[in-house]
Design a protein around this ligand. Sequence first.
Ligand code: PLP
Length: 393
Amino acid sequence: MTNLKEKASKVLMHTYNSLPFSLVSGNGCYVKDHNGNEYLDFIAGIAVNALGYNHPEFNKAVKKQLENIIHYSNLFLNKEQIELAEKLTANSRFDKAFFCNSGTESVEAALKLAKKIGKTKKNGAWKIIAMNQSFHGRSTGSLSLTGQKKYQESFLPLMPGVSFVEFNNFDDLKQKIDSDVCAVIIEPIQGEGGIYPAEKEYLEKVRSLCTEKNIVLIFDEVQSGIGRTGFLFAHEYFGVYPDIICLAKGLGGGLPIGAILSTEDINQFKPGDHAATFGGNPLVCSGANAVLTELLDNKLIEHTKKTGVYLKKKLIALQERNNSIKDIRGIGLMLGIEFNHEISGIISSCREHGLLLVGAGVKVIRFVPPLIVTEKEIDKALDILENVIKKDN
Ligand SMILES: Cc1ncc(COP(=O)(O)O)c(C=O)c1O
């Protein structure tokens, strides 16, 4: 594998500090590397592989589509895409969907839609309010909304008109809103920023203010949506309904898809306003439809709700036994453990003992396993983690 590492450094732009090995197969919540080492995977492709690996129904749907037709452009109507939009709108308060290929692209689409509303319905309002410590992607638009200096500084100046406010601080938001603001964008649970959930009361107040001031409220549910909170959408957990949501990650179960959903009145896109060549092609939609069938028809959401509660209970118990754990937070199967110290050593020791984990910042371990994870697998993961923590101390 050193060979692979050498090859990678010769031909790949160094945008990731990748581990020096690749994964060759997966089944359920387990993956195997090229040496046959097996890992219990609590990364799930960074909250992507909702159905884990090699899921029979997902594979069946995608294989069938693969053998029929995989791509033919949005110049034609697309049955699988329409079916996906029907499922998403029938199970939410939204009326319309637009499909793209990633979370970043979903944020870009939301941004353009909100700007169009500002232009057409709010006297040309164009400014956006985003949150400190947020993460929305690394394209120029989405990076402009990402409230973390470390991602932005090499690329300044970015898109003008973005103000950042403190997350969960309503007064700060209220002060920074003026008549030029067309949208507010929030992750209901900040993911990359360290797994910080919004407060329900905060979201309720922001919703009322946005309604009062005719401002589009966007929730970026790229990481928190699609069953991860124990609800199909994260905003349902809070009971607060935005005008646009951004989706990606878990929706495609590993196939690259992004989406925005909006209400009818917000949908101002006309032909030519926005597009994506691959957006919602039949192959990715066949996978996304299989994910939604599992979540909605085969009770995976209920399972997620239960296992999320179980995992949090176990993490809290772990915290009670370990002084090095400062905080446990998050919702459903999107949880974080904040340590008093940096976590890179714990993550690599866990990997050596067969458990894959990912950080969210330098002191937080993020738990975003496949949504199919069982209580037994949670027990196993936490045993590995606890043994590693004990040895560390
Ligand atoms: C909340 C949020 N928005 C947007 C993105 C960007 O998504 P993608 O990497 O699919 O472009 C991410 C990725 O981690 C995310 O967590």
